[in-house]
Design a protein around this ligand. Structure first.
Ligand code: ADE
Length: 239
């Protein structure tokens, strides 16, 4: 997969892309991440990329010209035009379901904005999908782009080590993950549940499933409701 990131602050991506899974995935050519500076596509001598909103109001808006030119420049580098994504708090929420869908695409082009927002023609004219990472407002789309990249790349075949499986992740089966324990067996009077030391894999799997269900019900009733809807009728009665 190739991921292009269009931003005014490419240096912000240096650290997150230089460690752990994202670093290894790039070294192993599982993903190629290409950063472009939108300001390089400004056309005036001040390198201006934003302007006042038509109709008045506070703040500045990202101009369409430099963003379109930057997208077209990166698109011309390969045959695959890529799926264009705008990171914005107005977008559709990024869920694990969406992450799985994005991880199967050959190329993503992420546009991280600053200021009050994008000129609407960037979304419509580039046929971009608007995505939000949550109901809060960041000072720019860069951190949101990094979150999306991290969540997508770790799902790509070969990105995680052999022992780690994305199948056990929270949300992958519609539930939060069960509680985990490691050594020591007793820590400050808190003991690891006996069942996990029993060696009975069937019972352990059943306990984990129950824990997942209980924790989802308690902590994320919204996720639990969706899980319930997805269960066959006879299973719903048991929960
Ligand atoms: N830009 C600013 N806030 C954002 C958010 N919550 N998600 C995605 N992009 C953003």
């Amino acid at each position: 997969m190739r991921i292009d990131v269009l931003t005014l602050f490419p240096e912000m991506f240096d650290a997150p892309l230089s460690y752990s899974i994202l670093k290894r995935a790039q070294e192993q050519d599982i993903v190629k991440i290409v950063l472009s500076n939108i300001r390089d596509f400004a056309t005036d001598s001040y390198r201006k990329v934003d302007d006042k909103p038509y109709g008045g109001g506070p703040g500045m808006v990202m101009m369409p010209g430099p963003v379109f030119d930057c997208v077209e420049h990166v698109q011309a580098q390969t045959e695959e035009p890529g799926h264009v994504i705008l990171l914005t708090p107005q977008g559709k929420p990024l869920t694990q379901h969406k992450v799985v869908e994005l991880s199967q695409r050959p190329r993503l082009i992420l546009i991280a904005g600053r200021y009050e927002g994008f000129d609407e023609r960037i979304r419509t004219g580039l046929n971009a999908e608007a995505i939000s990472i949550g109901d809060y407002v960041l000072s720019g789309g860069e951190l949101a782009a990094m979150v999306l990249i991290d969540a997508v790349v770790r799902l790509m075949p070969g990105a995680l080590g052999d022992e780690d499986s994305p199948a056990d992740d929270s949300f992958s089966d519609g539930l939060l993950e069960y509680p985990q324990y490691t050594r020591p067996e007793v820590f400050r009077d808190m003991k690891v549940p006996d069942i996990l030391l029993s060696g009975d894999h069937g019972k352990i799997a059943q306990w984990r499933k129950e824990q997942s269900i209980q924790r989802t019900k308690q902590w994320r009733p919204d996720v639990y409701e969706t899980y319930l809807q997805s269960q066959p009728a006879q299973d719903k009665k048991k929960i």
